[in-house]
Design a protein around this ligand. Structure first.
Ligand code: HXC
Length: 257
């Protein structure tokens, strides 16, 4: 299947989605949203895929929602259409998704990266929520996921001034998992996704679900949820295989059952 605004490839058990609107620094218009959400749903449903990577270009992961597309809209248009609602599918995806970010990740671009399970940043990455400069607030998690990731002080300063933070600051603040040299970003992200895809897929899905529960639940409920999930892993053939492989001093060969 080919798409208009993204490139889609399989690298082993990894599904790679590359945002591809270079003329607009990958600004997130309706077409790119339809393309990405479709590709993610297809990979999520495909047993031969264990993890996904979403990336952009060297210059921009994505420079935000498409401002030219939003400019003419009024309140009723944007309210009725819930224009950015379809992006939510990324947060319902059960397989892990890595955002590999080089260059600008601004506004909706930063929010898209934060909807992924974690961010690997090139040393060239720049993050920001500049919506306030356009006379709007963030609308896809910029005041929420950003605050969870970096804390109130930095979230307030970033969203109120619209300034950008570089990769080093983003790593210190806890927004990104790791910084990688720009020319190694994609290889590193794919290798990381491949490592995840070599684990037991149901267990990787459970880990993702547990960590997301930590973002949404009080600690006591999250701990109870985690314990129940942990107990349930002992029903898997992959638990037997993983522990037998350790005892045998060999690499586990998970069957995803
Ligand atoms: C539409 C965009 C765009 C955007 C860049 N372009 N960002 N088009 N929407 N978000 C276009 C430019 O208009 C230009 O087109 C081309 O891409 C190259 O951009 P330049 O500005 O010439 O590049 P440069 O000078 O290198 O500056 C890069 C930049 C700047 C600093 C990233 O482009 C910029 O500030 N972009 C806007 C960032 C932003 O405000 N994002 C938040 C959007 S609001 P032409 O045709 O002139 O060559 C948002 C709300 C989300 O995301 C809410 C979701 C619910």
């Amino acid at each position: 299947k080919t798409y208009e605004s993204i490139l889609v490839e399989r690298r082993g058990r990894v599904g790679l989605i590359t945002l591809n609107r270079p003329q607009a620094l990958n600004a997130l218009n309706r077409q790119i949203m339809l393309d990405v959400t479709d590709a993610v749903a297809v990979f999520d449903a495909d047993d031969s895929i264990g993890a996904m990577v979403i990336t952009g270009s060297a210059k921009a992961f994505a420079a935000g929602a498409d401002i030219k597309e939003m400019q003419p809209l009024g309140y009723v248009d944007i309210f009725k259409s819930d224009k950015f609602g379809p992006w939510d599918i990324l947060t319902r995806t059960r397989k892990p998704i890595i955002a590999a970010v080089a260059g600008f990740a601004l506004g909706g671009g930063c929010e898209l990266a934060m909807m992924c399970d974690f961010i690997l940043a090139a040393d060239t990455a720049k993050f920001g929520q500049p919506e306030i400069k356009l006379g709007v607030t963030p609308g896809m998690g910029g005041t929420q996921r950003f605050t969870h990731a970096v804390g109130k002080a930095k979230a307030m300063e970033m969203c109120l001034t619209g300034r950008m933070m570089d990769a080093a600051e983003a790593e210190r603040a806890g927004l990104v998992a790791r910084i990688v040299e720009a020319d190694k970003l994609l290889d590193d992200a794919i290798a990381t996704a491949q490592t995840i895809a070599s684990m037991s897929m149901p267990v990787a899905m459970m880990v993702k679900e547990c960590i997301n529960a930590a973002m949404n639940m009080p600690l006591n409920e999250g701990l109870r949820f985690e314990k129940r999930v942990f107990h349930s892993t002992f029903a898997l053939a992959d638990q037997k295989e993983g522990m037998q492989a350790f005892v045998d001093k060999r690499k586990a060969d998970f069957k995803n059952i």
